[in-house]
Write a new protein. Structure first.
Length: 72
């Protein structure tokens, strides 16, 4: 095995290691974004429920009657 063969193997190993490290970092970022995505979905669902409750209150006839009385 010559000097060039050893050098080539060393460079190839360095590239393989760099690829492996980059792959691990990307995998961790994807896991973190998935967790934050789940949190956002949960918050959106809660907001939808709150909006539905507010719509029910506002469209209630007694609420509209109180509003009309207060305007007088």
């Amino acid at each position: 095995m010559g000097v060039f063969d050893v050098g080539f193997i060393a460079v190839l190993g360095a590239f393989a290691y760099a690829f492996y490290e980059n792959h691990n970092k990307t995998k961790i970022k994807l896991q973190q974004s998935s967790a934050s995505s789940d949190e956002l979905r949960q918050q959106i669902e809660q907001l939808k429920q709150r909006v539905a409750t507010l719509e029910a209150i506002v469209t209630d006839k007694s609420y509209q009657l109180k509003h009309e009385i207060n305007k007088l």
